[in-house]
Design a protein around this ligand. Structure first.
Ligand code: FEO
Ligand code: CA
Ligand code: CA
Length: 643
């Protein structure tokens, strides 16, 4: 999800999502223009973009393994009330909003949803999906822990009688229910003959919400700017907000990225308040929700430091349901989209994170300590110390990683930074001063340990003007996004200099003005727009999901993207979501036999409401609203997903 405006109740509207009416109208008007692919010359340009001939992608070529080609039959682009998966596969509902997690969880009752029920049930708007394998059961059944983020709530779809443009009906009980529907779910799942099923009442099951006690750790923990009247220690925070994507660390912890935290705050600060400019850079107060009318800490005029306690990466140990989640301040504070990590050859851990806003930055963190696969406890605080870098994409095809270290370069008291805590609390401003490259909304970033490559999803940026174009963001008014491939030299993810090129400029290649650059071997269904989340499968192959493909008249979904060989830069359409939804998650089991996907905000759209959603997926019952759900996709013959 992207923050840009300050509008009530429907964060999708705030994010500039187009109306369903507009989508359908344009789809119909454009139908006659969708034909063969005409992007041969464009693809040739993409292969060379930002890279002079002498800088080659040699390390990736040397390291990449031979990857099996995707062989599933493509689905057709389209838009309707339900989901579609490639022939030969089954997509099963695993968990829906409101599903019970314990034997005593109240049954889902959408007409009478409450905070006490919600906190015992699967939350709303599933986004990130992680999978931590457990030893098989005594009967040999595969099992694991599913870790799912609940990014935000769609108040008008969840509760009867609420209009997206009328906050008057938001009672304290509704606010508390929304708080309980946020955060994350950790749930044990097992694969039975009938498919994957949640283990109701598993001792691992846990709900994390926007009210769960957490701790700030690392260099900024306890700083004056993180202290509040409720928490003079500056360490104890209630809850996590707007958990978009995330990550699973090499030691099996669950990282929850806090993204559009600004939307939860109301109220104003005096112009001369020391936090005013800091809050402005983060878009605080965003005013998307009315929680601040009922709960003081969400009103910045009453708790001016509370927003500084959000916008971090939260680390949770899914193996210990009693553990306290840690907000790792060393990773910086911004609108974190995700947090995927990899172990570098020397054992240090490198974590990549995008700041999802137009013209914001890409970051990586290099731990000071080294990962020890034989000592899980010894890895648990690796994310508390290390170096955070922001990326400058140079025209010569290199990336310079600029360290965000207090006292180095311009990060000094002369520029308002008096400690490393200041640098981390105002990471964006530090990136501004260092000269990081403003990007077209960085979303998921996935490092591939086997090839030394890192794939970066840049979803779109319709506000880039012609004079703001650069090599790494080559299109103005970029409505459809692009994918950048970074190569870490020799697979050394800790390197302060990398190389980059554009894998593909997204959008419809049959429309010349779009400027898309797909491999011409891509079929008419194989192109996508607005890449958001991504996953790397067991064979090292890239899969990309979208949030905004519906801007082209067809549903969001999942595409397999070739990254090597003659089909490099081609796509293949695997799955699509019901109307109103975007596709989040994608996550494979270690062997690649199951793919989990998260269907977020089904039934959304212009004028949609609890009473009149655009679809009632997945229950298709007049008694039930649409329900965000996680699905498990498997091949009917039991093989590896993707062929
Ligand atoms: Fe929550 Fe950047 O999508
Ligand atoms: Ca999204
Ligand atoms: Ca996202």
């Amino acid at each position: 999800m992207d923050e840009s405006e300050n509008l009530p109740l429907n964060p999708r509207v705030a994010a500039g999502a187009e109306t369903i009416t507009g989508i359908v109208e344009r789809r119909l008007s454009r139908r006659g223009f969708i034909g063969g692919l005409t992007a041969v010359s464009g693809f040739a340009l993409a292969a060379c973009a930002g890279r002079p001939a002498e800088v080659t992608n040699a390390s990736a070529q040397e390291m990449a393994r031979s990857q099996p080609a995707f062989s599933f039959p493509e689905i057709a682009r389209g838009l309707d009330q339900t989901h579609h998966v490639a022939e030969g596969y089954r997509a099963d509902i695993l968990l829906r909003w409101g599903d019970p997690l314990w034997a005593d969880s109240p049954a889902f009752d959408p007409l009478n949803q409450s905070a006490t029920a919600q906190v015992r049930q699967f939350g709303y708007n599933n986004d990130f999906v992680g999978f931590v394998p457990l030893d098989p059961d005594t009967d040999g059944a595969p099992r694991g822990l599913l870790c799912v983020n609940h990014e935000y709530t769609s108040t008008f779809l969840m509760f009867p009688g609420i209009r997206a443009d009328d906050p008057a009906g938001i009672t304290r009980e509704i606010a508390l229910t929304e708080i309980a529907a946020h955060g994350g779910t950790i749930v044990e799942i097992r694969q039975q003959a009938s498919g994957w099923r949640p283990v109701i009442g598993s001792p691992f099951n846990r709900r994390l919400t926007a009210d769960t006690p957490m701790e700030l750790t690392g260099p900024a923990a306890g700083h004056l700017r993180l202290q509040t009247t409720d928490d003079p220690s500056g360490i104890k925070v209630l809850g996590t907000l707007n958990n978009c994507a995330g990550g699973i660390t090499p030691w099996g912890t669950y990282l929850m990225a806090e993204e559009n935290i600004n939307g939860y705050f109301l109220g104003d600060l005096p112009k001369d308040h020391p936090e005013t400019n800091n809050h402005k850079r983060m878009g605080v107060p965003g005013g998307w929700y009315r929680w601040g009318r009922h709960i003081e800490r969400f009103d910045v005029s009453k708790a001016p430091n509370e927003p500084n306690r959000f916008g971090w990466i939260v680390e949770v140990d899914p193996m210990d349901p009693a553990s306290t989640p840690k907000k790792r301040t060393a990773l910086g504070r911004f609108k974190h989209e995700g947090a995927e990590s990899v172990v570098a050859p020397d054992g240090r851990v490198v974590l990549y994170s995008g700041d999802d806003q137009r013209f914001d930055y890409i970051y990586k963190f290099v731990s000071a300590g080294r990962y020890n696969p034989a000592n899980r406890a010894g890895n648990m605080d690796l994310l508390d110390s290390g170096t955070l870098y922001c990326a400058r994409f140079n025209e010569d095809g290199t990336v310079t990683w600029l360290p965000l270290v207090f006292g180095a370069g311009p990060l000094t008291p002369a520029n308002g930074f008096n400690s490393q805590a200041d640098v981390l609390i105002e990471t964006r401003r530090a990136g501004d001063i260092l000269g990081a490259t403003p990007m077209d909304r960085p979303e998921d970033i996935e490092p591939d340990a086997k090839s030394g490559r890192v794939w970066v999803m840049l979803t779109n940026n319709d506000r880039r003007t012609p004079d703001q174009v650069d090599a790494a963001n080559p299109r103005h008014s970029n409505r459809f996004g692009h994918i950048i491939e970074i190569t870490e030299p020799g697979g050394d993810f800790t390197s302060e200099t990398s190389t980059w090129e554009i894998l593909v400029r997204c959008g419809d290649p049959s429309i010349a003005e779009v400027g898309a650059t797909w491999n011409p071997l891509t079929s008419e269904n194989g192109w996508l727009a607005s890449p958001d989340n991504c996953a790397i499968d067991a064979s090292g192959r890239l899969w990309v999901s979208t949030d905004g493909n519906d801007d082209t008249g067809a549903a969001d979904g999942l595409w397999a993207i070739e990254t090597d060989g003659e089909r490099r830069g081609s796509g293949r359409h695997f799955f699509r979501v019901p109307i109103g939804a975007e596709l989040c998650g994608p996550r494979f089991t270690p062997g690649g036999e199951t793919l989990f996907v998260a269907i977020q905000h089904p039934g959304d759209g212009d004028g949609a409401s609890f009473e009149a959603p655009t679809t009632r997926w997945p229950d298709f019952s007049d008694a039930a609203p649409p329900r965000p759900s996680v699905m498990a996709i498997t091949r009917t013959d039991g093989g590896v997903v993707g062929g």
